[in-house]
Design a binder for this molecule. Structure first.
Ligand code: FPP
Length: 235
């Protein structure tokens, strides 16, 4: 049978806290181990021929977690953004960020801009980090921009199509995900890529994110390949 490889895989990296607790360790230990899996899984995705990987690293809701946990996650982003360029150089990996970065500390915003600029021409695989990201927040920001353009006269209200709306989102040039993976048992979208997931195949696994590696990714891709994809109407 033809081996179907998804072009774009989106991942909700769930279960870091539970994984750590099961080992008698603090939640932040789970996040640190989870951060390591991002590089492993993106590397494995590149090997499989997957072109885009988007990971849910920090949601707009995550600010309500304990200050210590939020701080630890921000520290992990800082350190990842510092070290990822070496990996990007070696693997022809472009790195992008979606979400409202204006709420992040200025040094993190600067690090994001630097990494995005440094990896702009890389094209084997694109890793998109969703940081301070929420699907409703992204759509709200898109609608605000669109409304401003209608008000200023650069866009006609009657010309607005689904493609127009898509073009106002954070990464309009990235194709919609073909496959969404969520780890650690929950079966929810949790405000991730609400617009982009309209036709995406959903894959849920009980494996916690810190235990998710190349073999688990291959399993998910295989399950995707065995599914009979239908886009409504085409039977
Ligand atoms: C969900 O697990 C995971 C998060 C809220 C954060 C995801 C972040 C990482 C994997 C690390 C940082 C990533 C990069 C790119 C450096 P949870 O804490 O909700 O787990 P639980 O449901 O078991 O409590």
């Amino acid at each position: 049978m033809e081996n179907k490889i998804p072009t774009h895989v989106a991942i909700i990296m769930d279960g870091n806290g539970r994984w750590a607790r099961a080992r008698g360790m603090p939640r932040t230990y789970g996040h640190a181990e989870g951060a390591r899996r991002v590089a492993d899984v993106t590397g494995a995705a590149g090997e499989l021929g997957i072109k885009y990987v988007t990971v849910y690293a920090f949601s707009t809701e995550n600010w309500s977690r304990a200050e210590e946990e939020v701080g630890a996650l921000m520290k992990l982003f800082r350190s990842y953004l510092k070290t990822c360029t070496k990996d990007a150089d070696e693997n022809d990996m472009r790195i992008r960020v979606i979400g409202d970065r204006t709420r992040l500390d200025p040094d993190i915003q600067d690090a994001i801009s630097r990494v995005e600029e440094h990896t702009r021409s890389y094209s084997r695989v694109t890793l998109t980090l969703a940081i301070n990201y929420g699907g409703r927040d992204e759509l709200t920001r898109a609608v605000k921009k669109l409304a401003r353009d209608v008000r200023s006269g650069s866009l006609e209200c009657d010309e607005v199509t689904p493609e127009t709306i898509g073009s106002y989102l954070d990464a309009p040039d990235i194709p919609d995900p073909d496959l969404l993976i969520r780890t650690c048992g929950e079966q929810r979208i949790s405000n991730f890529l609400l617009w982009q997931l309209a036709y995406t195949e959903l894959y849920f696994t009980d494996v916690a994110w810190p235990d998710f590696g190349a073999a688990e990714l291959r399993e998910a891709v295989e399950a995707y390949g065995n599914r009979d994809r239908r886009f409504g109407g085409v039977k």
